[in-house]
Design a protein around this ligand. Structure first.
Ligand SMILES: [Zn+2]
Ligand SMILES: [Zn+2]
Length: 211
């Protein structure tokens, strides 16, 4: 059973997730949103060694803490990102558009692709490409644990915004239909902002998904 610490960090109150597999002691940060020192401090207190940084997408509020985490880990954890978001990553995740200057941290070296399998110890995650909010947005689905880290694709009673560069509403809706609603209703959705929800709750109540 994975151990998951959730942090709500930064100017957009973004959820960062510190995920640990006790069986193997493997540990990853999914979306080191902001205040990397706080994520590091929790990892140290729990004696977890961060070995991976996985990004759902390259918006600045999902990676603003990556530099501090890389500085505090030896060796610095490799950063995984879908290549369709590399241009956004190079543009500092759009931070200048919002009046912020951030250090995006180490350059991504793990190229994510749809269908790729990532592992924390023996625990497998499937990479699901879900463009629309950004071109290279991915979600990390763990079938064994019945959960998915879904970034800014879908939220409790909401969906990701598509009015920023690279966003497209129709593409996002298609991603939700094919990559979220195809999963079992009980699948937990650990979102990039706001409260946790499930596929079943959103299928039944999300105002953007009612025909
Ligand atoms: Zn975003
Ligand atoms: Zn976000």
């Amino acid at each position: 059973m994975l151990e998951i610490e959730t942090f709500m960090l930064g100017p957009a109150v973004t959820n960062a997730y510190l995920v640990h597999d006790p069986a193997s002691d493997a540990c990853a940060v999914i979306d080191p949103a902001w205040d990397g020192e706080r994520i590091l401090a929790t990892a140290r207190r729990r004696d977890w060694r961060i070995a991976n940084i996985w990004l759902t997408h390259a918006h600045f509020d999902h990676l603003g803490g990556a530099a501090a985490i890389a500085d505090g880990c030896e060796p610095p954890p490799p950063v995984a990102l879908h290549p369709d978001d590399y241009p956004l990553w190079r543009a500092k995740g759009g931070a200048p558009l919002f009046g912020y200057d951030i250090d995006p941290g180490p350059e991504p070296t793990v190229e994510l692709a749809h269908g790729q399998k990532l592992h924390l110890g023996e625990v497998e995650f499937e990479v699901r490409h879900a463009p629309g909010h950004t071109p290279g947005h991915v979600m990390f689905y763990c079938a064994a644990e019945g959960l998915m880290f879904c970034g800014d694709v879908i939220f409790q009673y909401g969906i990701g915004r598509t009015d920023m560069p690279g966003g497209d509403h129709q593409t996002l809706m298609e991603s939700i239909r094919t990559q979220v609603l195809t999963l079992p209703d009980k699948t937990r959705l650990l979102t990039g902002h706001g409260s946790e929800t499930t596929v079943g709750i959103e299928r039944a109540t999300n105002p953007f998904l009612q025909e």
